[in-house]
Design a protein around this ligand. Structure first.
Ligand code: DC
Length: 251
């Protein structure tokens, strides 16, 4: 899409806390608008998988940083919203990175400055590759609109009530066979732990970009959120100079 006045394809940043539905929304918006899709969290998960696979102590910052330098350049990904995959070299780690050991450890690894430097480079490279190929892109994460792509055309800050997020995440985990438990309160406690860790770390804490549109998904279906965000993107990119506000959403 090049209708927003510049010649570059559109870049959309979707950030928000764990379990707010970012992945489903970002993929859905990419499909609706014919854009590609990048899951930055999958990159943090892939490096975490490598750290665990090599038996490295999470508190050993030097060794974790060395993994980032060694493994970061071998990371590869598909930006197809229908089949997002993450690879380390030739090894497809897309399923392994969703398992509990990685989920428990990823906040520690994502707080390591060198890890963030290496992965922010990968994320910016993915975006410029998409743009060079004439493709607009939706990138989801925690610091995309604030740090990684501060010039993104549209920034969305996606939130949802903590118990709604926990119920959705529990249902997703059961559906994917990652767990048999539906203990929503335990899931809520884990999401709260990760939110606090991600929002209070020294480097690039999760923060709402000042110029983001805030979308509260608590009482909307997934399809409604996708339609709302796609509408914000279309409206904002086709009339950037005349409209800075979409009814029902706070910019
Ligand atoms: O979205 P997710 O749950 O797959 O993210 C995994 C972890 O990576 C989470 O703890 C936050 C972190 N992350 C980050 O620090 N910055 C990003 N841009 C994306 C994810």
């Amino acid at each position: 899409m090049t209708s927003h006045g510049s010649t570059d394809p559109v870049v959309v940043a979707i950030d928000g806390p764990a379990g707010s539905g970012k992945s489903s929304v970002a993929k859905g918006v990419a499909r609706v608008l014919g854009l590609v899709y990048l899951d930055s969290g999958a990159m943090y998960r892939a490096l975490t998988w490598a750290v665990l696979d090599q038996g490295i102590d999470l508190d050993d910052l030097q060794s974790v940083s060395e993994v980032a330098d060694r493994v970061g350049p071998t990371l590869a990904w598909s930006t197809d919203p229908d089949q997002p995959t993450t690879l380390i070299g030739d090894l497809d780690v897309s399923t392994a990175i969703r398992q509990a050991p990685v989920t428990s450890a990823v906040s520690h690894v994502a707080a390591v400055p060198r890890v963030r430097e290496v992965l922010v480079d990968c994320q910016r490279r993915a975006v410029s590759e998409a743009q060079q190929a004439g493709q607009g892109i939706v990138v989801e994460g925690r610091d995309i609109g604030s740090i990684v792509l501060p010039n993104a055309d549209v920034k969305i800050w996606l939130i949802a009530d903590p118990l709604v997020r926990a119920a959705r995440r529990a249902a997703e985990d059961v559906a994917a066979g990652r767990t048999v438990t539906t203990d929503v309160e335990a899931v809520a406690a884990d999401l709260a732990r990760r939110d606090t860790a991600d929002a209070t770390r020294a480097v690039s804490p999760t923060t709402r970009p000042v110029d983001a549109f805030e979308v509260d998904a608590s009482h909307l279906t997934l399809q409604e959120v996708i339609a709302l965000v796609a509408n914000i993107v279309s409206t904002h990119t086709s009339a950037q100079s005349t409209q800075s506000h979409v009814d029902g959403v706070s910019p």
